[in-house]
Write a protein that binds this ligand. Structure first.
Ligand code: GUN
Length: 298
């Protein structure tokens, strides 16, 4: 029998609460911009009808409403050409009333996402995916526009007083949006984690995971990380938001993360799904939009 004392519940890192705090802290900067006649304005481009992307974009629009940021949504049809998407980006680049531009990912098959990202003016690149902004980050300057999800994870760690200096950090997933920039932020001077990036070719992942003091799961597969891979006392950041069929629900589905729910009995700290990383991504997008507006109105 497992002794009662050995079953502990992790501290839940409440991304919704922390995200709202970050949004509230933007208030004075927004007032100050407005007093100079500048109205922060985010343009969101969405191509096609991927239901999850539409939910994310709606959440971004609602955050703009909460913060007092103007938002414009540009819906483009699934079959649109790459050139037409680039034309839309160029038009937004030269519109002085627009301070932030975001093209929701994924784009339909056949569209080169990097080409579209790099067409956005670096100072309007509120996703932080432009090679100029990522290059600055690789050079050790994290003061610019940072990718929102990794920046949100860093904020959760900072505001929850979780020190990863010298610790083993495992990132599962090497995406352009999360895994790769996350690795740079965690390894940067002053944060000083010892970073491992795992991916589909990684051998002995369960063993690597059992040595990790911090796990950032960003692989996009429901409950891929098993509870018995989690080191007692570790921090688990679950970036995954996966829909799985659940006929007992009215919606017909429920959301699960990339980590098995039992991990919360073993880890010391864990982010919930939903309500963990998702709201932090949105709060960092609001923060980037204000930073971009300030840079452009200097
Ligand atoms: N798709 C999933 N996450 C993101 C994000 O942070 N930015 C954009 N543009 N698309 C996404």
């Amino acid at each position: 029998m497992v002794p009662f004392e050995s079953i502990m519940s992790a501290t839940v890192l409440d991304g919704k609460k922390i995200g709202r705090l970050i949004e509230e802290e933007l208030h004075n900067r927004i007032i100050s911009l407005q007093s100079k006649g500048v109205s922060p304005h985010l343009a969101v481009v969405i191509v096609g009808d991927d239901p999850a992307s539409h939910v994310y974009v709606r959440n971004k629009e609602m955050a703009c409403e909460r913060c007092g940021i103007q938002s414009t949504r540009i819906d483009l049809e699934e079959g649109i050409s790459e050139q037409e998407i680039l034309d839309t980006v160029h038009r937004l680049n030269s519109d002085d009333s627009v301070h932030g531009i975001l093209v929701q990912s994924p784009l339909p098959d056949g569209i080169n996402e990097s080409l579209v990202t790099d067409a956005i003016s670096p100072e309007k690149d509120v996703d932080g995916f432009h090679k100029m902004n990522l290059g600055r980050l690789v050079q050790g300057d994290a003061s610019g526009l940072l990718p929102c999800t990794p920046a949100g994870v860093m904020k959760i760690l900072e505001l929850s007083n979780i020190d990863v200096s010298g610790k083993n950090a495992l990132i599962i997933g090497r995406s352009r949006i999360v895994g790769m920039p996350m690795s740079i932020l965690l390894a940067q001077r002053g944060i000083d984690a010892t970073v491992t990036i795992a991916h589909s070719r990684t051998e002995n992942l369960s063993e690597i995971c059992r040595r990790a003091d911090l796990v950032v799961a960003a692989i996009g597969r429901p409950e891929f990380v098993k509870s018995d891979w989690i080191k007692p006392g570790s921090t688990v950041i679950d970036v995954g938001i996966n829909r799985i069929i659940d006929s007992s629900r009215k919606s017909g589905y429920r959301l699960v993360g990339d980590v098995e729910s039992g991990a919360s009995d073993i880890a010391e700290n864990i982010t919930p799904v939903p309500g963990g990383v998702g709201p932090m991504t949105i709060a960092m997008l609001m923060s980037n939009t204000i930073m971009a507006t300030e840079i452009q109105s200097q």
